[in-house]
Design a protein around this ligand. Structure first.
Ligand code: ADP
Ligand code: MG
Length: 247
């Protein structure tokens, strides 16, 4: 019928008395690279959390392939292919990239996390994990404690961990935050090179990255999506310039 993978229908979200969205309709097409932009506090991160199931809306629905998943727990959504990048937390920081990717692969296969000692014997998974790290240019860092890696490498590892879960829809909340412009481009180049066929929704503040790597852009402001269009059209849209680009 349509090539829509993920959609929201009449999504209403509030935190107590604070209304974030009134009635949000959104759809993401198969294979699209879709950027979300908008001022701080516009609800971008909240929107991603509603899609992954970290938050539940007050009303309205989230749909995957036309099926309502609004009440599905986050783990079920990961299994169905909706994956957000891991923020590298203290656990992952204490491991090295190889150990982290092996754990993510165990997660994907629905296996209990082996004790770290047992990981050493998981040779098939280790081979796959090494392959994935190589693809992301992290092969030489496989055994380096994650907390000692340069920040840009940690961001790449976050994406590699998400890709280990074989996502259909990958959600990224400011993947280039804290990086230089050049490093931001490197992260996006790697991501797009290695995610053929994966539908991508990313929140990004750097307009250079948005205009270069997105093929659709949604502009969130004032509890609504005020514009959804191609990067070229968004760039010259007077409303967007007024509320967001500050021109
Ligand atoms: N867990 C929460 N509890 C209460 N208010 C929240 C919570 N998360 C976000 N908010 C509020 O909801 C609004 C949208 O936040 P957020 O989605 O983080 O915006 P963005 O990512 O666009 O900057 C903001 O006003 C924020 O303060
Ligand atoms: Mg945010």
């Amino acid at each position: 019928m349509s090539d829509t993978v993920l959609a929201t229908r009449g999504l209403h979200m509030a935190f107590g008395g604070l209304m974030v969205f009134d009635h949000l309709d959104f759809s993401l097409k198969q294979g699209e690279r879709h950027a979300i932009i908008g001022p701080n506090g516009a609800g971008k991160t909240t929107f991603v959390s509603l899609i992954t199931g970290l938050l539940r809306p007050v009303s309205g629905d989230v749909l995957l392939d036309g099926r309502v998943i609004t009440r599905d727990p986050p783990q079920a959504r990961v299994k169905a292919g909706i994956v957000r990048t891991f923020q590298i937390n203290s656990l992952f920081k204490a491991l090295n990239p190889l150990e982290s990717v092996v754990l993510a692969l165990c997660e994907r296969d629905g296996r209990a996390r082996p004790a770290l000692r047992a990981v050493a014997r998981e040779s098939a998974l280790i081979g796959e994990a090494r392959g994935l790290l190589e693809q992301f240019g992290l092969g030489a860092d496989a055994l380096t404690p994650t907390q000692t890696l340069a920040y840009g490498r940690q961001r790449l590892l976050e994406i590699a961990l998400a890709m280990a879960l074989k996502p259909r829809v990958l959600l990224l909340d400011e993947p280039a935050a804290g990086l230089s412009t050049r490093q931001g481009h490197e992260v996006f180049e790697q991501l797009l090179r290695l995610s053929a066929g994966v539908t991508i929704l990313f929140i990004e503040h750097d307009m250079g990255l948005v205009f270069r790597y997105a093929d659709q852009v949604s502009v969130f402001a004032g509890g609504a999506i005020i514009v959804q269009d191609t990067p070229d059209n968004v760039r010259v849209n007077p409303r967007v310039r007024e509320v967001y680009l500050g021109a």
